[in-house]
Design a protein around this ligand. Structure first.
Ligand code: NAP
Length: 210
């Protein structure tokens, strides 16, 4: 069993917490709106603790279920508390004004920019290509979700992959953290495709034949 702290209490926090509880892991949800965190916890079947952002982080794995800009500020604020932790970046750093570009430098990614702020943490990119509702459901069209995992620390990637597998999904090793650039592009593309699929946000990116 792993201990997982999720920062944020929105849609992705719900999806990832649902899967983590299903996998038998201990979950802590920290949010600026503690009532929202408490309400999410009551919807989950496992023993889930909650508190404000800034409370002692219980998890060895910390999931940033925050918009990209907020994730950057929160890791800067928490900084030392994240030393040695596995920090999972799930963001798609899309420019939501134009919905036509990323806000990150061309040769970088949200995950790499976050890693620069917390160099003593072990940053892993995961979950950014999966939509929140599909994580709550745990499957799409009767098939396991594929979750792509990128990072420079092999042990950290293995720990995140073990959580993913235990929660009924398939973890796919996507390489080093710099592959987050491509994963975020796929996440963005998947979002732009939704209009053509009736905006149900219920599709999944999956690798077949392997
Ligand atoms: N939704 C998806 O299907 C999906 C799929 C893949 C990746 N992602 C990525 O996942 C991340 C979270 O998305 P989401 O859909 O879960 O968003 P969301 O439902 O809007 O939830 C965002 C959470 O972040 C909190 N937050 C925002 N700014 C904050 C700040 N400055 N300090 C502390 N907390 C802050 C919000 O708190 P309040 O409730 O108080 O505002 C809320 O709890 C994003 O980076 C997104 O790109 C989303």
């Amino acid at each position: 069993m792993s201990s997982i702290t999720i920062i944020g209490a929105g849609n992705m926090a719900r999806g990832i917490a649902t899967r983590a509880v299903a996998g038998g892991h201990a979950v802590q949800i920290l949010a600026r709106d503690t009532a929202k965190a408490a309400s999410l916890a009551t919807d989950l079947p496992g023993a889930v603790t909650t508190g404000p952002v800034g409370e002692t982080i219980a998890g060895d794995i910390v999931v940033l279920a925050l918009p990209y800009g907020a994730a950057l500020s929160v890791v800067a604020e928490l900084h030392d508390a994240l030393d040695g932790k596995i920090v999972v970046d799930i963001t798609n750093p899309v420019d939501f004004t134009s919905f036509d570009a990323m806000v990150t430098p061309d040769n970088s990614s949200g995950a790499q920019e976050i890693a620069k702020v917390i160099p003593a943490a072990r940053v892993v990119k995961a979950f950014n290509t999966a939509f929140a509702g599909t994580l709550v459901a745990g499957e799409v069209a009767g098939q396991k979700l594929d979750i792509f995992v990128a990072g420079d620390d092999a042990d950290a990637k293995a720990a995140v992959s073990a959580v993913i597998e235990s929660a009924g999904m398939r973890a796919i090793d996507a390489g080093l953290l710099r592959r987050a650039h491509e994963l975020e592009a796929i996440g963005f593309l998947h979002m732009t495709l939704q209009a053509g699929f009736g905006n149900t946000w219920s599709t999944a990116i999956k690798v077949l034949g392997a």
